[in-house]
Design a binder for this molecule. Structure first.
Ligand SMILES: Nc1ncnc2c1ncn2[C@@H]1O[C@H](COP(=O)(O)OP(=O)(O)O)[C@@H](O)[C@H]1O
Ligand SMILES: [Mg+2]
Length: 220
């Protein structure tokens, strides 16, 4: 792994909707905090005040006509704000940042899913974030239909406003393309993005996640 320009550690969780990102992120953060580590959470989009305004636009079901490029640039606008307000300051303090989604989501959803292509997404990333990328990305994999089933169940029983409602209505094909997008990133950056199977009890999945995270913590 290349030398980081900061003392902290930047982790992200990725995967299709319902793959278990938020569940596993919560479990990992609990474990890290029990070990006495300082963890800062980032949620995409919406960890900052400005990001929450952008998130409302992105998730509004009335916005079906949103152009792919609009969606792309809104995501990066929110992300640039989170980097400035939350991520970079935490990394400079030496904290661990755990982000629920980051640029890989945009590569998978907009780049592959909506067919914008990886190059445009990477160009936007460069402009918005420079060379800021997670040190390790845990990408949960799950059968697309199983994941969507889990997400629908969650959305109908939860009031935590964690639904990705507009994206949920997209075709199954779209979700399959997104999953392929993640596999493509894993082929391009096998050292950084680790595919972790999301099937099984959450505690068992958490052990798979820990096997990926522990070595990176050790190098810190
Ligand atoms: N390993 C698992 N097995 C079964 N259900 C799970 C598992 N992990 C999470 N869930 C449930 O599936 C739904 C989606 O999980 P969540 O963590 O919100 O996924 P994501 O953040 O990737 O969309 C939630 O209701 C959650 O409780
Ligand atoms: Mg989630």
């Amino acid at each position: 792994m290349t030398k980081r320009g900061y003392p902290g550690l930047f982790l992200s969780f990725e995967g299709t909707d319902g793959s278990g990102k938020s569940t596993q992120m919560r479990m990992l953060i609990e474990r890290l905090r029990r070990d006495g580590l300082t963890v800062v959470e980032n949620q995409e989009p919406g960890a900052t005040h400005i990001g929450r305004q952008i998130r409302r636009i992105l998730l509004d079901p009335a916005h079906q006509e949103m152009a792919g490029m609009t969606e792309l640039l809104l995501m990066f606008a929110s992300r640039a704000q989170a980097a400035a307000e939350i991520i970079r300051p935490a990394l400079e303090r030496g904290d661990i940042v755990v982000s629920d989604r980051f640029t890989d989501s945009t590569l998978a959803y907009q780049g592959e899913g909506r067919g914008i292509g990886f190059d445009a997404v990477l160009a936007a990333h460069k402009l918005a974030l420079g060379d800021l990328l997670p040190d390790l990305t845990i990408c949960m994999t799950i059968d697309v239909e199983t994941g969507l089933g889990r997400a629908h169940k969650r959305n109908s029983t939860s009031d935590e406003q964690d639904n990705e409602a507009r994206l949920d209505q997209q075709s199954l094909d779209f979700h399959h393309r997104v999953a392929e997008g993640y596999r493509k990133i894993a082929r391009l950056e096998p050292g950084r993005l680790r595919l972790v199977p999301g099937e099984g009890e959450p505690a068992i999945v958490a052990e798979r996640v820990w096997l990926e995270v522990a070595p990176v913590l050790g190098k810190r």
